[in-house]
Design a protein around this ligand. Structure first.
Ligand code: SF4
Length: 72
């Protein structure tokens, strides 16, 4: 059976307005870059936190990238 695993969290800099919602809600996972856009900084993707930030982002700039893997 196929299982989806979160492999990356992307932030579209063309959409991000620097609201800081993702950084405020998950400061260990998101941080501001010098240009004012947010960046995902967690080494291991955290699906629950990423999904919550995706839902909270006011401009839908956050997207989650999944990879299908077979169950062992
Ligand atoms: S919540 Fe969205 S708009 Fe706000 S800083 Fe994060 S990515 Fe940018």
């Amino acid at each position: 059976m196929a299982h989806k695993r979160l492999v990356a969290v992307r932030i579209d800099n063309n959409l991000c307005v620097g609201s800081g919602t993702c950084v405020a809600s998950h400061p260990a996972k998101f941080a501001f870059q010098p240009d004012g856009h947010a960046k995902y900084v967690a080494e291991v993707p955290d699906e629950a936190a990423a999904r919550e930030a995706e839902e909270l982002c006011p401009v839908s700039a956050i997207s989650l990238v999944f990879e299908e893997e077979e169950e062992q």
